[in-house]
Design a protein around this ligand. Structure first.
Ligand SMILES: [Zn+2]
Length: 221
């Protein structure tokens, strides 16, 4: 049976499968990202090219995960468990080739201070000057990306970097078909940062470009 059909049938054993399907591997995604779309009966999957090398069982889990998102289904399957486990562990095999020297020094300091030096070093890179996205952690490529907007503010840089490092530490918990990254445990850890409350306040009032006033809403991935 074709992969997508098999994934669908195990989610909806009673339903007929009458979709036109397509899987496209592309170099546009980083890491192990993927997405899916459904228009009339056309079911298209777009996977990063890294997925080519991944086993069929894990790919079925990915397809089911995407199908559940599309069709608002909260089912969990054995294949989806395999997929989540794969994502949680894939960072081990990812090559650490993109490491910015400045970010590495900050990483080492924070790692010593808050993680007893135990957090394994991810890729560390600068992103754009974005104020709306100050930092992010991508599980698939094991990469922390920091906004250049924080380049000249070591304290805020370290606070946001610490947040992203916590994402690497905690990974994610998966319950009822939803992914929770900012769990209560995560938030309790976040508050352990020296001056956390003060940094939080300052983040809310990061200046945007001149004449556009102040940004009061912020987020980091
Ligand atoms: Zn976050």
């Amino acid at each position: 049976m074709e992969m997508i059909e098999e994934a669908y049938k195990s989610l909806y054993p009673e339903k007929d499968f009458n979709f036109e399907t397509r899987i496209k591997y592309s170099g546009h995604f980083r890491g192990y990202n993927a997405n899916a779309s459904l228009r009339s009966n056309k079911l298209n999957f777009h996977l990063s090219k890294q997925w080519r090398e991944v086993s069929r069982d894990i790919k079925i889990g990915l397809i089911q995960e995407l199908l559940c998102k599309l069709l608002k289904n909260k089912t969990k399957t054995y294949h989806m468990d395999l997929y989540h486990n794969f994502l949680k562990n894939v960072h081990i095999a990812v090559p650490k080739t993109k490491v910015d020297e400045t970010l590495l020094q900050h990483f080492i300091l924070i790692n010593e201070k808050y993680f007893a030096g135990f957090l394994e070093q991810p890729n560390l890179r600068w992103g754009s000057h974005s104020i709306s996205k100050l930092g992010s952690y991508d599980y698939g490529s094991d990469t922390i990306t920091m906004s250049k907007a924080l380049q000249h503010d070591p304290e805020l840089l370290q606070y946001v970097l610490y947040h992203e490092m916590l994402h690497k530490k905690h990974k994610f918990s998966h319950t009822g078909g939803r992914t929770h990254s900012h769990t209560p445990v995560f938030k309790a850890d976040e508050e352990k940062f020296e001056n956390a409350a003060e940094c939080e306040k300052r983040l809310r009032y990061l200046p945007r470009k001149p004449r556009t006033g102040f940004m009061k809403i912020f987020n980091f991935g």
